[in-house]
Design a protein around this ligand. Structure first.
Ligand SMILES: Cc1ncc(COP(=O)(O)O)c(C=O)c1O
Length: 476
């Protein structure tokens, strides 16, 4: 913000005055300062407000302005230029992760981006009750076992469809921490990792942070083709394949059961692990789930990840890795080195939540609510742009994935939508290499209700029709 030189002069003189006084001493009144310095009351208020924000002064409503306690006074920021040399080139590549919405999420902004349930879809009461009960436990603040509370491990073991034991489960701080852990623990710097293309950008960021090399395998409406995975293993020498066979983010694709068994066989033949990101197991829209890769794996090749953040709320940062054999031991060791264990009150709250009747009710009602939102978004967008169809009609998950017609870029759609108060997610960052076409990802779960979703679609459709090339057929 531009400051007038009168304000600066006044500020300097007030700072000098305050420095010479004891903390708690009274400063002159606004009227006195106006008279003394020949400035307006507004200039005085602005100068005082800045010195309050810097911790030099403090105001007591109805009483006046005082010299702040010395502890509140901030020092000038340190000169940190030397850090550039010390930090060298060990950067963390955040380019795959979104830094923030293009439009400030102020009042009136509607979110069609994001990967979590809107507050209106979260089991808010059940979460509040679970946290309150957890905090009342006498052992709530004790250490927790490194692999997690046995009650929570046992929940995760029973929640998967595979025949696994409590010992196979390692509790993590949500899915992202599980991904970071797995990529660091399995790969050595420079190793290739097969990934679906497109895929979840958080996984790409974790792969980059572990100094691994993502090798894209294209996916269609039925996910990856096992023959492509086999070829990619052979060409790259990768020993790891990261995939989301159920309600893939961003496309919503589901890998059919026979293909799943084949993927496990292909990985086994290559002597490779498969990291099955099962983040969306509770985000189905009503259909029965295909058996997980883990359930079809007799070799210990599949390492499955899951998280409670998706069906509950983003800050219930509790997830799990299910792994068998030496890899489980390695992951547990790496987990312990990272931060000993996941905060016990949060684990206790998770146990309280998943064992409450309200959780079962939530999981029963969520599919219908998500289904309503998916059909509302597809129909509303189709009404306005009849040639537009999502790449798949996903039977689960929180997103729709649209391929854009030629002539308009994802960035252009993002900016045009933002200008109308709608935040959408341009699809470039979902691709580990050059994308074959421009895409956007739309969330069905980011608005408070269906009318807000329709409003957002109206604004988005207007943004798109105003762009050149928007009327061309989309090859979904
Ligand atoms: C496919 C996938 N995996 C993992 C995660 C990580 O989720 P969290 O760390 O919130 O549990 C996300 C979040 O968007 C995701 O989309």
């Amino acid at each position: 913000m531009q400051q007038s030189s009168t304000q600066e002069t006044l500020e300097r003189s007030l700072r000098d005055l305050a420095t010479g006084l004891e903390p708690g001493a009274r400063m002159p009144t606004v009227r006195e300062l106006v008279e003394l310095h020949g400035v307006s009351p507004v200039t005085v208020s602005k100068a005082v407000a800045r010195l309050v924000s810097q911790g030099v002064l403090t105001t007591r409503p109805g009483s006046g302005t005082y010299v702040a306690p010395r502890s509140a006074q901030r020092q000038a920021p340190p000169d940190t230029a030397w850090q550039t040399l010390a930090l060298a080139d060990r950067q963390i590549d955040l380019s795959a992760l979104r830094t923030g919405p293009l439009a400030a999420p102020g009042s009136g902004t509607i979110r069609l981006d994001g990967g979590y349930l809107h507050r209106s879809l979260q089991p808010a009461k059940a979460l509040a009750g679970a946290l309150a009960r957890a905090s009342r436990r006498p052992d709530a603040w004790d250490r927790a076992p490194a692999a997690g509370l046995s009650s929570l491990r046992s929940y995760f073991a029973s929640d998967t469809d595979a025949d696994v034991s409590v010992e196979d489960v390692l509790v993590t701080s949500g899915g992202q921490s599980a991904l970071s852990l797995v990529f660091r623990a399995i790969g050595a710097p420079g190793d290739a990792v097969l990934v679906e293309s497109p895929t979840y950008p958080g996984a790409l960021a974790a792969i980059a942070a572990a100094n691994l090399r993502p090798v894209p395998v294209p996916i269609g409406p039925d996910g990856v083709d096992p023959a492509d995975v086999q070829r990619a293993f052979e060409h790259s020498g990768a020993r790891l394949f990261y995939c989301q066979p159920t309600f893939h983010n961003p496309t919503g694709a589901i890998v059919p059961p026979a293909q799943r068994a084949r993927i496990v066989e292909v990985a086994r033949a290559a002597g490779a692990f498969v990291v099955e990101d099962d983040f969306a197991r509770h985000l189905g829209h009503g259909d029965a789930l295909a058996p997980s890769l883990l359930a079809q794996d007799p070799y210990g090749a599949v390492v499955q990840l899951t998280s409670l953040t998706k069906p509950a709320a983003p800050s219930l940062r509790v997830g799990a890795i299910i792994a068998r054999g030496p890899i489980a031991e390695r992951l547990q060791a790496a987990r312990r080195v990272d931060d000993f264990f996941v905060s016990r009150p949060l684990q206790e709250a998770a146990v309280e939540l998943v064992s409450s009747p309200a959780w079962s009710t939530h999981l029963k009602t969520l599919p219908r609510r998500l289904e309503q939102r998916r059909t509302t978004l597809i129909d509303a967008l189709r009404d306005q742009l009849p040639t537009w169809n999502p790449v798949t009609d996903p039977r689960g998950g929180l997103h729709l994935w649209y391929r854009l017609p030629p002539g308009i870029t994802a960035e252009e759609v993002e900016h045009r939508a933002a200008a109308r108060g709608v935040v959408v997610d341009g699809g470039r960052r979902y691709f580990p290499a050059e994308p074959p076409a421009a895409h956007i990802r739309l969330s069905i779960a980011g608005t408070a209700d269906l009318p807000a979703l329709k409003l957002a679609v109206d604004a988005l459709a207007q943004a798109i029709t105003a762009a050149p090339g928007a009327d061309q057929e989309v090859n979904g």
